[in-house]
Design a protein around this ligand. Structure first.
Ligand SMILES: *[C@@H]1O[C@H](CO)[C@@H](O)[C@H](O)[C@H]1NC(C)=O
Ligand SMILES: *[C@@H]1O[C@H](CO)[C@@H](O)[C@H](O)[C@H]1NC(C)=O
Ligand SMILES: *[C@@H]1O[C@H](CO)[C@@H](O)[C@H](O)[C@H]1NC(C)=O
Length: 515
């Protein structure tokens, strides 16, 4: 089964940084009476009446990017969690992998009755926003095919509960494989409930469908294109990135497992006993602002309260990223999140750290970050030349107001713990795909060049972590209730309120930063 290697070696110029901008959701009312004393000491009270969901990513280590070569040999497997046969090197996909009968296509609108009554997190409301460009017109096959001009890397078609993929190009490392694996697990998790659909997927770091090109052309709506992040000036539809199912090349475990490890680490070192500085480790070569961040490192005569480390990718690649254990990077009171080429997958790991997330003004959003609110879930940091000073002020503020700082941490942790579980990730995919499918004006059929992808075919020939992560993230539908209930779209007033609140919070912090 040497076929394995070929699948993975895809490499793109894309980076791995995944993070898209910020989004706001909910409402936050934060009143800060800030008394800025002296140079940078804010004596401020945060009396927050915040009740906004979340926003913000944080920076952790980032993703590697171009430079990362795929390790030659499959690393040895950690323990195998699969029921059934456990072997040394190559986990057997036994019990869990029994082929299932194809699920029947769901009936439109059926099954609402089985749905659990709990409402999905507020950030799910952005699903409606992301699909708004097609709300009036629906989505035609021509519109979907029209995405070809943006160079999508694959097409996902679901017909009668089976997944078919047509490849158009290569994705960096195993992004596409783990994304498709995620869709397969969704089909297993909600058998018979994922409608037939047909969509184009891009696996690069940046959103590409510019709003400007499609303004005022109601007669020909933009091509819908799924990707890992979006931004204000683009229309790309944000879908959960591959790292939720693991990132084998970087030794980043599937989200549920890694989050557990990070939690364990967190409980070992409480916040007050952590280093009272802002920490960042990652690849500084992607994105202009990362170069600005390097300037904030403590040097002989200046201390901006930041401790910045450049990841040595060459070395890490050789060592299988053993030095980059994310669960061991929660050692500082503050962690910086900064975008790379696009959003960064590090966002969720930073938010999980029980540190105050210092988010350098993001330009991109991933599917959940629009639920984060500045000062409620994270502290906003300026980009560009003002960044170092902004970090210094944030750290001084937090060290002087440890109770408030810990409240922000508590809210971020709660978001991660309650609203970003794999259950919710699957529910987000479910609702996004269901709403998308509802807009289709044609009956999806299997495209000519597409091949069926199954839980048996996908791991075939893969070894080491690639295979392991697939085994570890296999789900089935038994025991999971129905998906949470999709909340309604925002009204335009609600959207406006969110924007205003967020902007006000950011402005507030900028005022405190004034010398
Ligand atoms: C945190 O750890 C320090 C040092 O180990 C200890 O003195 C302090 O009481 C701990 N604080 C809390 C809230 O557990
Ligand atoms: C930042 O400073 C620390 C301590 O001087 C040093 O170890 C580290 O390598 C510096 N980071 C970078 C990116 O130069
Ligand atoms: C944390 O969340 C709670 C509940 O949503 C909210 O009342 C509180 O104001 C939040 N704290 C901050 C600092 O925003």
């Amino acid at each position: 089964m040497e076929a394995a290697a070929k699948v993975v070696a895809r490499r793109t110029r894309s980076s791995l940084a995944a993070s898209c901008g910020l989004a706001v959701n909910g409402g936050v009312v934060v009143f800060f009476a800030a008394a800025v004393a002296g140079a940078l000491v804010c004596a401020s009270w945060m009396s927050a009446g915040a009740r906004v969901p979340w926003i913000t990513p944080v920076a952790t280590r980032d993703t590697a990017q171009d430079a990362v070569a795929r390790p030659e040999r499959a690393p040895t497997l950690p323990r195998l969690a699969v029921s059934g046969t456990v072997t040394n090197r190559t986990p057997t996909l036994s019990a869990n992998l029994e082929p299932r009968p194809p699920a029947p296509a769901p009936e439109q609108g059926a099954s609402a009755a089985e749905t659990t009554s709990s409402s999905c997190p507020a950030y799910f409301r952005w699903i409606h926003e992301d699909l708004r460009p097609w709300r009036a017109t629906g989505i035609t096959r021509e519109a979907v095919d029209g995405a070809h001009r943006y160079g999508p890397k694959f097409r996902v078609t679901v017909v009668a509960g089976r997944l078919y993929v047509a490849r158009y190009g290569r994705c960096f490392q195993t992004r596409d494989a783990f994304t498709q694996w995620g869709v397969l697990q969704l089909l297993r998790r909600y058998p018979g409930r994922v409608p037939d659909l047909d969509l184009m997927f891009d696996c690069q770091d940046l959103p590409v469908v510019s709003t400007g090109n499609h303004l005022g052309r109601a007669s020909s709506p933009p091509p819908p294109l799924f990707g890992y992040c979006g931004s204000e000036p683009t229309l790309d539809i944000a879908f959960p990135d591959w790292s939720f199912w693991g990132w084998p090349e970087l030794n980043i475990k599937p989200w549920e497992a890694l989050r557990g490890e990070i939690d364990e680490g967190n409980s070992a070192v409480n916040w007050t006993s952590r280093a009272p500085y802002a920490y960042w480790k990652g690849n500084p070569t992607v994105g202009a602002d990362r170069r600005n961040l390097l300037r904030c490192n403590a040097s002989g005569n200046r201390d901006w309260n930041a401790r910045i480390y450049a990841q040595d990718w060459g070395k890490e690649v050789q060592r299988g990223f053993r030095e980059s254990d994310l669960a061991k990077q929660c050692t500082h009171r503050y962690k910086i999140y900064i975008e790379g080429r696009g959003w960064s997958v590090s966002e969720k790991y930073i938010l999980a750290c029980d540190s105050v997330a210092l988010m350098v003004r993001p330009r991109y959003h991933d599917f959940f970050s629009r639920g984060l609110m500045p000062l409620q879930h994270y502290w906003p940091i300026r980009g560009g030349r003002a960044m170092c000073r902004s970090i210094k002020v944030a750290v001084e503020w937090g060290n002087a107001h440890t109770d408030k700082a810990q409240e922000i941490i508590g809210n971020a942790s709660k978001f991660i713990r309650d609203e970003l579980t794999m259950d919710r990730v699957y529910d987000y995919m479910f609702h996004l795909l269901t709403e998308y499918a509802r807009l289709l004006k044609y009956t999806p059929t299997v495209p000519d060049r597409a091949v069926e992808v199954t839980v048996e075919s996908m791991p075939r020939g893969r070894q080491g972590r690639e295979r392991q992560f697939m085994v570890d993230t296999m789900v089935d539908g038994s025991g999971s209730g129905g998906p949470c209930e999709l909340p309604p779209p925002f009204s335009s007033e609600e959207l406006e309120t969110l924007r205003t609140r967020k902007a006000d919070a950011v402005r507030q912090v900028e005022m405190w930063e004034k010398p």
